[in-house]
Design a binder for this molecule. Structure first.
Ligand code: 5AD
Length: 357
């Protein structure tokens, strides 16, 4: 075991080189790099090179539709938790969801992400109907709706859903079960395995900066995502929400979140990695920074303003979220400044290991 706290500068630099060439690091090595602000520029540069070599300069866009803020869960960090009496609940009707997907399609998006709290009003059958309508528009359909039974996931896949996002949030069992009361890490992993076995492209990820989560735990998150062969990994900082039990806690650190993004890119070189809205919420340069240290996906929001304000996972979210209508202009310009462009095509995860160097 190396002592993560006292690894010499040269040793860290050589670990970065090793990661760039082999995409293999051990838990304590990842943790040492997560802790080291001194070597983060080298880390970001290596992740950026790896991103370029494996997934190129194209940035994939996904149109996010937040269609229900009802949630049966009570996660301590989340503004949509069921105990939050101040949360404003809304639920779109099918026609609204379909109309937003049509809008996304007409704006040029190839993928829509349907996201909600765990709202059981939307039965698998009801969701299947919506998915079928969206598939008629030739959209790639990603779901981000939480935990369901295998049989329900089967129905969603049969209806044509292509991808599924379900973050593990933290892979530390004790903290997972503390922050997500009534839920288990085992069941969460069961969901991800079922989704994978059903043929979904599977996305997962971490909240960075949850109280008591250590760098070693974050390192284990990355190794878990690698073992799972995750197609997508979303990494965002925790942002305290005033109406939750974690209201008084500190927000996640922007640089640590970026180091986590960079190490995820180095360890899972082909994965699709978004520049998360939570990062942009804490830092107005957040999106650009993430895109320059491993990220290759942006998820603009197509939800109408009134609903978006109610979908408050954390404060500030609705204000920063990119508006889909603006992506053609603002985003294009921002990407051009950093030598990137909006990618064509569906942006499925590449599995060819087509490294170009
Ligand atoms: N801060 C940042 N991200 C949050 N999420 C939920 N609550 C918060 C918060 N307070 C994230 C979770 C979830 C995603 C949809 O939103 O990681 O998976």
């Amino acid at each position: 075991m190396i002592d993560s706290q006292k690894v010499a500068h040269e040793e860290l630099i050589s670990l970065i080189e090793q990661a760039k060439h082999t995409h293999e690091l051990k838990e304590d090595e990842i943790a040492a790099l997560l802790m080291s602000k001194e070597t983060q520029n080298e880390l970001f540069a290596a992740a950026d090179e790896t991103r370029k070599a494996f997934v190129g300069d194209g940035v994939h866009l996904r149109a996010l539709i937040e269609f229900s803020s009802f949630c049966r869960r009570d996660c301590l960090y989340c503004g949509l938790r069921r105990s939050n009496r101040n949360a404003q609940r809304f639920r779109m009707i099918d026609a609204e969801i379909i109309a937003l997907a049509e809008k996304a399609k007409s704006l040029g998006f190839a993928t829509v992400v349907l996201q909600s709290g765990e709202d059981m009003f939307f039965s698998a059958k009801k969701l299947a109907h919506i998915i079928e309508e969206l598939k008629k528009l030739s959209l790639v359909v990603t779901l981000s709706i939480g935990e369901r039974l295998l049989d329900e996931y089967k129905q969603l896949k049969a209806a044509g859903a292509d991808r599924f996002l379900l973050r593990l949030e933290t892979t530390d069992e004790a903290l997972y079960e503390k922050y997500d009361p009534g839920m288990t890490l085992f069941e969460r992993k069961r969901c991800l395995n079922d989704l994978r076995n059903l043929g979904f492209e599977v996305g997962t990820g971490s909240l960075v900066g949850l109280p008591h989560v250590t760098e070693e735990m974050l390192a284990r998150d990355i190794l878990t995502y690698k073992a799972l062969d995750a197609d997508m990994v979303g990494i965002g900082p925790f942002i305290p929400h005033g109406d939750t039990p974690l209201a008084g806690e500190k927000a996640g650190d922007v640089d640590l979140t970026l180091r986590m993004v960079a190490l995820t890119r180095l360890m899972l070189p082909e994965a699709n990695i978004p520049a998360t809205t939570a990062l942009s919420t804490l830092d107005k340069e957040g999106r650009k920074k993430a895109l320059m240290c491993g990220a290759n996906v942006v998820m603009p929001n197509v939800t109408e303003e009134s609903a978006r304000k109610k979908y408050a996972l954390y404060p500030g979210k609705a204000l920063v979220a990119d508006r889909a209508e603006e992506t053609q202009g603002v985003l294009k310009e921002e990407l051009a400044q950093i030598g990137r462009f909006i990618a064509d095509g569906e942006g499925s995860r590449r599995k060819t290991l087509n490294k170009k160097d």
